[in-house]
Design a protein around this ligand. Structure first.
Ligand code: SAH
Length: 396
């Protein structure tokens, strides 16, 4: 029996991105498939000249026809290989600092684990399995994660749109141990209850950790507006940082309820926090009509541009919320404004925000360029991973 792995032969000249260690092989780059690989199977990727390029997981359903596990011909993609990849991913992050107990452990392509996301929330780990390759090895991840970290429960939240593109059905549920109620985490001395079963994404926006700390450091004595607050990450940082008052806006009642609950479990003064179920676009205009002013505004909207074709509409939406938020800034006030759209580059985002400032007729200084915390580090070979970008602006 011939057990040689199937091979993907690329069209002439299409090996360049793999030589640059970019992990995606698009369908248009494939000249032929030799053998009969099943979805998720490891295939050898070779150039037209027969040279080895990568080991990759095959996905016949996706435009991304294969995702590279390795660029080294000597590797064998098996349990031991994946264990060492995951271990390296966890080890290079080290333990969370300062009494924190939540962090991203695996960040997909950027950690050499295409399609695998793992977030640690105390004793619970939440995984997202987003590619055919990660799916093929799905029974491996939970025991490996538990073994490498000592976590007691692993919960799957593969209920995301991108799985459809891989021809995979959505899936959620416990993979190991039991998840009873929310997971309690600590970040920068603040406790949060994280709804790992019903919350957004894997339950919490760990990528904003450093930016929440920045907001906390700017909040003292200020009136704060936290727009798109979810479960109150920035709200609690601002309260802890001594904000006079924090107004938090979100359209999700569940998120707001958990935000209120998070204030309670920290014994913070709830009278300084106001939670409003409202659409940010219209609420900013209402605040303007009321002549409200804020000394710190956080704008952390959902992904307005899921793909390239949404960029023009997304740009209008980013411009709109930034323009109206700028009109609400008190003199010397700070604006932390974000985009988590991979399709909107940091450059483009800054141009949009500059356009908003011009139209709002406010002078602002760029105090800093913001990004995700280090546990969400992006591989230098994978610019697509740079989704979160932000600006720290201050009004004159
Ligand atoms: N800043 C948060 C994460 C924000 S995620 C944190 O650090 O945890 C984006 C949030 O925007 C989600 O909670 C979603 O419910 C909310 N949202 C989406 N569209 C909205 C709109 N038009 N108005 C208000 N909230 C909205």
């Amino acid at each position: 029996m011939n057990t040689r792995p199937a091979r993907l032969v690329l069209k002439p000249g299409r090996e360049k991105s793999l030589r640059h260690r970019h992990p995606w092989i698009f369908s248009g780059a494939v000249e032929s498939v030799e053998g009969d690989p099943a979805k998720g199977d490891t295939v050898t990727v070779i150039g037209k000249d027969g040279a080895f390029l990568a080991w990759a997981a095959y996905c016949p359903d996706s435009q991304i026809r294969a995702r590279a596990w390795s660029f080294d011909a000597k590797d064998t993609i098996d349990e031991a290989f994946l264990r060492s990849r995951l271990k390296a991913s966890i080890d290079r992050r080290g333990a969370p600092s300062g009494g924190d107990d939540a962090m991203r452990l695996a960040h997909g392509e950027s950690d050499g684990l295409p399609g695998l996301i793992a977030d640690r929330y105390g004793d619970t780990i939440v995984v997202q399995i987003l590619s055919a390759g990660a799916e093929k090895w799905r029974t491996l991840w939970a025991p490996l994660l538990a073994d490498l970290t000592g976590a007691k429960a692993v919960y799957e939240r593969s209920d995301v749109e991108v799985r459809v593109l891989e021809g995979l059905p959505p899936r959620t549920g416990a993979l190991l141990g039991e998840v009873k109620g929310p997971a309690r985490i600590r970040e920068a001395g603040i406790a949060y209850d994280v709804d790992v079963v019903g919350g957004q994404k894997t339950g919490f926006y760990l990528d904003q950790r450093d930016n929440r700390a920045l907001a906390g450091s700017l909040a003292s004595g200020r009136d704060v507006l936290n727009a798109f607050c979810y479960t109150g990450g920035f709200t609690l940082s601002a309260l802890k940082g001594g904000a006079k008052h924090v107004m938090s806006l979100d359209t999700s009642d569940e998120a707001l309820a958990l935000g209120r609950h998070n204030v309670e479990i920290n014994s913070l003064d709830g009278s300084r926090a106001e939670w409003l179920a409202a659409d940010v676009f219209s609420q900013l205009r209402k605040f303007r009509d009321q002549n409200r002013k804020f000394g710190l505004i956080v704008l952390d909207p959902p992904k307005f541009a899921p793909t390239e074709k949404h960029v023009a509409n997304a740009a209008r939406a980013y411009k709109d919320i930034n323009l109206w938020a700028m009109k609400l800034l008190a003199p010397g006030g700070h604006l932390l404004t974000f985009s988590c759209s991979g399709a909107v580059s940091a450059d483009l985002f800054q141009k949009i925000v500059a356009g908003a400032a011009a139209d709002a007729r406010v002078d602002l200084q760029v105090r800093g360029h913001l990004g995700p915390s280090a546990d969400h580090a992006v591989s230098i070979h994978f610019p697509e991973g740079e989704y979160l970008k932000g600006l720290w602006l201050q009004a004159s």
